[in-house]
Ligand binder design. Structure first.
Ligand code: ADP
Length: 529
């Protein structure tokens, strides 16, 4: 082409040789200028091709027929295909190294848009004529590759499309980081929303930016309703008017200890909470936000009240057997001679029964409080568990029979002897069987099952009784804790606290699973060693 033009001008030159010398000179000069322009053009084209060839991003270009006209070095490295094997080839040859098959890619869309081909990409953004996308290519590399691609049509000076150029970039490391970040943010959100405490986040202006699920439950409002509100609008806490730890946060005061206060709950009114506050500061120490953590302690408060009532009832009930004992003892002492031997025997029997009641109460109480202060002393000896359970079932059998409840001992294999405080262990199973009897209706069955694992003896007392409400399950081993079912029989909430104390004293564990209306299973695990 360039050669043709030169010839053309040479012809012009030849044609004018017979004109005047002046004209000849002028034409010579024009031809020279044209030759200079030609060389400059050729140089700039070579430079452009060199630039494309040495571009750090893999780049290729195609002509309108889809034949590769440029395949740069970075593209050779990335695709593993040398330029000389692909330049000049059409029919989507350039898709093969990436997708393993011939298919339209972004460069084709830059030449001629096709909705159908565009659907192969998760998204394509357009800026003028330039298209950009990100796509995961599973067959590229051992674990697949995330690729960023940008393609533009190429225009000639008249605005005709003479091809298109596409650059791509391996963004797998960034993408993996992005995925890890997203997953960790999601994990953080899940943890935040599963926390059993309310979490309220505020920005540096102390306006709400977030509230987790428990926070929504406590306040009775959704995070959307609170966004942008001030903290006191959001929580209406009892300490908003005075001493609010948040108020001191921006000034950096150290008033951030946990406090007990109340918050306003839509539908439930004021509810007691334990509230802690933390300032969020950046690396330069500037306040960027505040986080408030608050725990609903209404259940705890109710329990404390109930426990206080129970303690005073307990003290009162300890007094009544004592009054009985004292009364009959005084009668025996003062009127001994007037009383018939039968009356004396009767009074002594009452004294024995009442003192036994008192002793049982005091024993449970003492075991628990000794364990609390770490002074529970167990008298370890050799315990033949098989013999113990057989005797236990024999003792309880008549009482279960009277209540119309079946008692079954399941003891598939002979149990080993273990080191234990036999008397205290007996009390543990007495308590569990007493409860099974107390909380089961007639016509049901209680199973005492004992088996051995490699390191432990596992004993289960399973009943088909009233069961324990899920919200009570965490507390049944607490001292003076009693379920509040209306038909709950008498008791002091000491039995299970004593059971746990003794089992822990043996290095074992006790736990319960239960369903209301279906029954409860208490499991005691005692170490064999
Ligand atoms: P008490 O039976 O004297 O109340 P415990 O400490 O033995 O005290 O038990 C505490 C609470 O646990 C009981 O008040 C009752 O609500 C519940 N509980 C214990 N055992 C059972 C059981 N087998 N079935 C249902 N509830 C039980």
């Amino acid at each position: 082409m360039r050669g043709d033009k030169k010839d053309e001008y040479r012809t012009v030159h030849d044609r004018v040789t017979d004109t005047s010398a002046e004209k000849t000179e002028e034409l010579e000069a024009r031809i020279h200028r044209l030759e200079q322009v030609e060389t400059a053009l050729r140089d700039s084209e070579t430079r452009l091709l060199d630039i494309i060839d040495f571009l750090p991003d893999p780049t290729f270009a195609v002509n309108p027929r889809g034949e590769v006209i440029i395949w740069n070095r970075a593209m050779e490295d990335f695709s593993g295909v040398p330029a000389h094997l692909i330049v000049g080839k059409g029919d989507h040859e350039y898709a093969l190294p990436f997708w393993g098959r011939r298919r339209p890619v972004l460069v084709d869309l830059a030449i001629a848009w096709s909705d159908e081909a565009a659907l192969r990409y998760p998204y394509i953004s357009r800026n003028g004529f330039t298209l950009t996308t990100e796509v995961y290519i599973p067959s590229l590399g051992p674990e697949g590759t995330y690729v960023w691609a940008k393609a533009s049509p190429l225009f000639d000076s008249k605005g005709n499309v003479v091809g298109a150029i596409e650059s791509i970039r391996d963004i797998t490391p960034q993408k993996k980081l992005e995925i890890e970040l997203r997953e960790s943010a999601e994990k953080y959100q899940t943890v935040l929303h599963s926390l059993p405490v309310g979490v309220l986040t505020l920005d540096a202006d102390l306006r709400v930016t977030g509230l987790n699920a428990e926070g929504e439950r406590i306040t009775g409002v959704t995070v959307e309703e609170l966004l942008g509100q001030t903290c006191d609008q959001a929580l209406g806490a009892g300490i908003c008017e005075s001493g609010c730890p948040i108020r001191y946060a921006p000034e950096g005061h150290e008033r951030l200890r946990p406090i007990e206060t109340t918050v306003h709950s839509k539908g439930r009114g004021r509810i007691p909470v334990r509230l802690s506050t933390a300032r969020l500061v950046n690396a330069s120490g500037e306040l960027i936000g505040v986080v408030e953590v608050f725990q609903d302690i209404s259940r705890l408060r109710t329990l404390e009240r109930e426990r206080a009532n129970m303690v005073s009832m307990f003290a009162h009930d300890m007094k009544s057997p004592l009054v009985g004992i004292q009364g009959f003892a005084v009668r025996l002492v003062t009127r001994y001679d007037e009383l018939s031997p039968e009356q004396r025997r009767q009074y002594l029997e009452i004294i024995r029964r009442e003192s036994a009641k008192l002793e049982a109460l005091i024993n449970d109480f003492l075991d628990f409080s000794r364990l609390q202060i770490g002074s529970l002393r167990l008298n370890f000896g050799v315990a033949d568990l098989h013999k113990e359970f057989v005797e236990l079932v024999e003792t309880y059998h008549p009482r279960f029979l009277d209540s119309g409840i079946d008692l079954e001992l399941r003891n598939p294999k002979p149990l080993p002897t273990i080191k234990a405080d036999v008397n205290r262990l007996r009390r543990v199973f007495n308590n569990l069987l007493d409860n099974a009897l107390k909380y089961s209706p007639p016509g049901t069955r209680v199973v005492l099952e004992a088996l051995e694992t490699e390191k432990e003896v596992v004993v289960r007392v399973a009943d088909q009784g009233v069961g324990i409400a899920p919200e009570d399950l965490n507390y049944v081993f607490d001292m003076f804790y009693r379920g509040d079912a209306p038909e709950t029989p008498e008791g002091y909430g000491l039995g299970l606290a004593g059971v746990e104390a003794v089992v822990r004293g043996h290095g074992g564990r006790v736990f319960v699973s239960s369903e209301t209306g279906v029954g409860s299973v208490f499991t005691v695990m005692l170490p064999k060693g």
